[in-house]
Structure formats: C-alpha cells, structure tokens
Design a protein around this ligand. Structure first.
Ligand code: NAP
Length: 293
C-alpha cells in the first residue's frame, strides 16, 4: 500500500500564510502586531535550534519576536523574576520558556508563574484545566498541531480506536484528551500506553490511529502496527551522522521505512509534527492578541 504522507511542513506553511494575511489585516487597521517572546536558558544544541525556529517563524508571518537568552547558572528566583517581567510587559502578547531547564530549576514552578493569558505553549494548569472542560483556551502546541494535521488531511476519527503512546503532560496526556472529546478531530475510543503497560504490541496493533510520543528512537516497528492505520510520529532524536553538514540526522520514534507500507497515513520525521508545533504556537499567540482585545 502507498501511504499518504502527512506533511506537517506543507500544512504548517499553509497555516503560516493564513496568519501572515491576518497580520497584514491587523496592520492595515492600525492594530497591534502580535509579539511572541522566547526564554532560552543555557545553550543546549536542540533547544537553540527550536528557539531559533520559533523566532524565524515569527519573522515569516510578520510577528514581532524577542529572544531572552539567560545563563545556565541563573537561579530559580532570578528566572521567576524574568518571567514576571514578561508577565508585566504589555508589549509582549505571549511567551514560552524553552525546556529542558537546568536541573536546579523546578520547571513546574516556572510554568505556573507564567500569566495564563500569555501561556501560548498551553502548559499552565489553567490552560490544561480549560482544555479538559472544552472551554476556549491555549491548547498545548504539539497536540494542537497534530489535530490540525488530522483536520487538514480529513482523516476520519469518529468511532476509531486511537492509541496514544506516552503520557507526558505536554504531549501524550493532552493528546488523549483531545482525541476523546466530542468534536472533530476526536470522538475516538482512546487508549493511553506508557512504560508500565503490559502486552504493548497487542494494544498498538488495535490502533486505527497511533500517536507515538515515547522519546525512543525507532521504537515502533511494523509488527506493532495494524494494516491501514494512521501513524503520527512525535519523537525527535538527533543521531550523529558525519555525512551531514550539521553532523546529525533526525529520527522519530517510528521505524518509518518498514512501518509506512502498512499505513493509510503516516507523518515523517523531520517534516511532520515538528513544524506543526511551531505553527500552533503562532496560532496561540494570535489568539492571545484577540482575547486581549
Ligand atoms: P517524555 O516526557 O519523556 O514522556 C515519554 C512517555 O513515553 C512517558 O509517558 C513514558 O512512560 C512513555 N514511555 C517511555 N518508554 C516507553 C515504552 N518502552 N513503552 C511505552 N511507553 C513508554 O517525552 P515527551 O516530552 O512526551 O516527548 C516524547 C518525544 O516527542 C520525544 O522524542 C520528544 O523529543 C518529542 N517531542 C517532539 C515535539 C515536536 O514538536 N515534534 C514536541 C514535544 C516532544 P512513563 O510515563 O511510564 O515514564
């Protein structure tokens, strides 16, 4: 079977074009140009790449952006003070604090310090609570991006069995909530599997839609996937590769080459969920401006 490749690159470009048009309209009416800030603590290679990607995306759609670079030795108290500065800055509509943070900083404490009105990553308990209740809110960027991909490709979800692999607060858990809600995409029967799950393969083989976010390179093999399934690969891993200019190549949590022939739809890595996460962040920032007005 020839699978349909779910191209996050393509969908995210379409979303960015739409956002750019909205920004032009806002400008033409003399409105405020959306402004996203990103806080980067330290110089972890992957984090620098992600944050630069977010800043570049802002430029592409006409947003203002601010990059706040901080030393890895910063104390928790100092970082909380930086967060508060961004909370108070009326110019900034939304901001993110790039994870992972250095070990001596309590990430949850930082998340909870972000003004929920500016929580465009959608990680604040207030955002997650509103999502649970189906209220308008900032959806967590990665699960939000995945729902947009499913919508773009018109992938049927109602009545389907969706298996979400992973239960993290930023991907797996919110993803399972979105897939079970009474909406499209949604109305699935959802199973969440994690590191303590027994008979993993038996469960994943039942999935009409398999969303993989476990953080283990090429973990999902073809024997774990049902014929005709939709497979969405959230994992991103940098694997050293001297033949590449960057010195690494990117792999997902799914063994793409052997799984793809069994699928109706499959998202690749790179070019799948990654670009959608950034597009969702831009959508949330635009929403922050709209909610403010
Ligand atoms: P995480 O916090 O490490 O969570 C991983 C989850 O997978 C946990 O719930 C863990 O179970 C489960 N798990 C680990 N090994 C397993 C196994 N052998 N079988 C079944 N479940 C297993 O990871 P995350 O933050 O959700 O991210 C997952 C992956 O997505 C990573 O590769 C990350 O880099 C990537 N990611 C990509 C994007 C993007 O924009 N594309 C965004 C975010 C994350 P326990 O709960 O029992 O430990």
């Amino acid at each position: 079977m020839e699978p349909i490749i779910v191209s996050g690159k393509e969908v995210s470009n379409k979303i960015k074009d739409e956002i750019a048009q909205e920004v032009e309209l806002i400008k033409s009416k003399g409105g405020k140009v959306p402004h996203l800030a990103a806080v980067l603590v330290g110089d972890d290679g992957a984090s620098v790449t992600y944050v630069n990607g977010k800043v570049k995306a802002c430029e592409r759609v006409g947003f203002h952006s601010t990059l706040v670079k901080l030393e890895p030795t910063i104390t928790e108290e100092e970082l909380l003070a930086e967060v508060e500065k961004l909370n108070q800055n009326d110019e900034i509509d939304g901001f993110i604090v790039q994870s992972p943070l250095p070990k001596h900083i309590d990430e949850q404490k930082i998340t909870e310090a972000i003004d929920p009105k500016k929580d465009v990553d959608g990680f604040h308990p207030m955002s997650l609570g509103k999502m649970m209740l189906g209220l308008p809110c900032f959806l967590p960027a990665t699960p939000f991006g995945i729902t947009e991909m499913l919508r773009h490709y018109d992938i049927p979800t109602e009545g389907k069995h969706c298996v979400v692999m992973g239960r993290s607060h930023i991907v797996g858990s919110p993803m399972s909530v979105l897939m079970v809600r009474n909406a499209y995409p949604g109305n699935c029967t959802v199973t969440v599997v994690h590191s303590r799950t027994q008979n993993l393969k038996e469960i994943t083989r039942q999935a009409d839609i398999l969303i993989v976010a476990i953080g283990k390179p090429q973990f999902v093999t073809s024997d774990m996937v049902k014929e005709g399934a939709t497979v969405i690969d959230v994992g991103i891993h940098r694997i050293a590769d001297d033949s590449k200019k960057s010195g690494f190549r990117l792999l997902g949590d799914v063994k793409f080459d052997e799984v793809a022939p069994k699928c109706a739809y499959i998202s690749p890595v790179p070019g799948g969920v990654g670009p959608m996460t950034i597009a969702s962040l831009l959508k949330n920032t635009l929403l922050a401006v709209k909610l403010k007005n």
